[in-house]
Design a protein around this ligand. Sequence first.
Ligand code: C5P
Length: 222
Amino acid sequence: KKELQVAIDGPASAGKSTVAKKIAHRFQYVYCDTGAMYRTVTLKAMQEHVPLDDAAALAEMLKTTQIEFKPGNPEQLVFLDGQEVTMAIRQPDVTNNVSTVAAQGTVRKDLTERQRKIADAGGIVMDGRDIGTSVLPKAEVKIFLVASVEERAQRRFKDNAEKGIHTPMDVLRDEIQTRDHKDSTRAISPLTQAADAIRLDTTSLSIDEVVDKISDIISKKQ
Ligand code: C5P
């Protein structure tokens, strides 16, 4: 069977990573969470007091920045310069600052190169905002996952509760919309559906239904 590149893009909290992980598991492909990479860079910049919109300073910082994914149970673990940051990069302050860092061209160029190297391994499921449009434009399978803002805020609320984070629903709704707006309107590789991507609205679908639909698409192309 052919080892494919599967690109899963879409707005915040549309269920990309949950679905991408399950698909990677089903097909025994490598999973790459590119949002985690942007989050990790944001965390380091905050820790080191690098201005989040200073493209040159961020580029300099990235020269000595190591980001690694390691298998964990049940979640893949994320390491920044040898330190585990899996939980730290999901904290609200990182979430609310990441779009500023992700808008910097130097950061996008650096992380895009790292992402393409990870994809060289063979079968890959990569999720993010610009995978189908920019990182892996030749991906055989491109999915654009969407869901209503209300549904996404509810999903984030539940996720947060499990992590002990208690942000009210109306704040989550605002945060999601603000982040989508920033990600969609930035100058460099903004969030947008690739012309050849399949749009899947997950508002009224279960995770398994979404996974099955995408798996069918992959199976037909293998
Ligand atoms: O997917 P996640 O919500 O973890 O992504 C966090 C942020 O990282 C996004 O809001 C976006 O600003 C940035 N990002 C990006 N390009 C990607 C993945 C994430 O700009 N491919």
